[in-house]
Design a protein around this ligand. Structure first.
Ligand SMILES: [Zn+2]
Length: 344
């Protein structure tokens, strides 16, 4: 049977998907590890979206994306019932190529032609603050089509809430929002063209860098010592020293954003040996990784984002994801899949 998806008919748009994905994926202040996803509507039926388990920089015009029939998914989200399982199954049954669509596919289907969803650390300085909504109103100027979305677990619940909020926004303003701030999570940009999406994404992040007076963002760096992979980030060393009296399993498991839980939970040992994926030695301020380079870098980027958010917001003003929501993240099949793929 011939697939309704013919790559050659959509090549230009797939090349644009590659452009936006690799542009955003090159900056770990925008996405850490396998986080974030991008999409393009190929026509009035098909949408290409980053495949689960891939990093944004993997996306090319013929790799690392899934193609879904999106109007069906829009209708599913407008329905009154659903959960992660029925939503995941529905997205899979509406996927027309062999890839697994991102679990954040739903929120892409209801927005514009080109969508960028990232975990910009700058946006998370607003999203992870106890004053998130007030900060959003102050910093994100009111003439933009911007919308603040309260925390929901990635997957069905987040996509469903965004679907409801986008419909309400359209009724009130007569058009769709093009900037979404997701509490304790990240940023979504929607635009009619790839260049417009990239420009808007750059402008929002620039505004945030200025508003928070950020001078530079720490570098993620690994080094090899014999067979062992170590962190070579001076920022992480400084922070191990700074928080040495507080660092514990609890410190890392109190999540301020979902990927913190995904990459760090149950993976940390305070040890001079290689007992777990992440081995923190507080005496020498060293982090030794027992995993492949791709996952070590994902962890390193996640740790940097976490400390950057804690330092910028201040521990007393941090808004943590509830214990219940954190445990929900631990049990999500889609997250297990994503973590498993990057760990290979
Ligand atoms: Zn996300």
């Amino acid at each position: 049977m011939m697939s309704i998806f013919e790559k050659k008919n959509h090549l230009q748009k797939l090349k644009e998907l590659e452009l936006i994905s690799t542009s955003i994926g090159a900056h770990h202040d925008y996405v850490q590890g396998g986080g974030g996803n991008t999409s393009v509507k190929l026509d009035d039926k098909l949408m290409a979206i980053k495949a689960s388990g891939h990093i944004l920089s993997d996306v090319t015009s013929d790799n690392a994306y899934a193609v879904v029939t999106y109007p069906e998914i829009v209708s599913f989200l407008q329905g009154t019932s659903g959960d992660d399982k029925s939503y995941g199954d529905f997205v899979s049954s509406n996927t027309v190529n062999a890839a697994k669509a991102s679990m954040e596919t739903g929120l892409h289907t209801i927005l514009g032609a080109y969508v960028i969803h990232c975990h910009s650390t700058y946006s998370n300085l607003i999203n992870c603050s106890k004053q998130s909504k007030q900060l959003f109103e102050q910093v994100v100027s009111s003439d933009l089509q911007a919308l603040w979305i309260e925390y929901r677990a990635p997957g069905y619940h987040l996509s469903k809430l965004i679907s409801d909020k986008v419909i309400a926004f359209e009724i009130e303003h007569g058009l769709k929002p093009n900037i979404l701030f997701l509490q304790n999570h990240g940023l979504v940009i929607s635009a009619a063209s790839a260049q417009e999406a990239l420009n808007l994404h750059a402008r929002i992040n620039e505004d945030l860098i200025q508003a928070f007076e950020i001078e530079s963002y720490p570098e993620a760096k690994l080094k090899q010592d014999g067979a062992i992979l170590l962190s070579d980030s001076s920022y992480l060393k400084q922070n191990l020293r700074k928080y040495s009296s507080e660092l514990s399993y609890d410190f890392f498991s109190r999540a301020v954003f979902p990927d913190q839980r995904i990459y760090l939970q149950n993976n940390i040992a305070f040890s001079t040996k290689l007992e777990n994926k992440i081995n923190i030695d507080l005496k020498s301020n060293t982090i030794r990784y027992k995993t492949n380079e791709k996952e070590a870098l994902a962890i390193e980027e996640t740790l940097i984002a976490l400390f950057f958010i804690i330092n910028s917001i201040g521990e007393e003003d941090l808004n943590y994801i509830s214990q219940e929501s954190s445990q929900h993240l631990d049990n999500m099949d889609s997250e297990k899949y994503r973590k498993q793929v990057i760990g290979q």
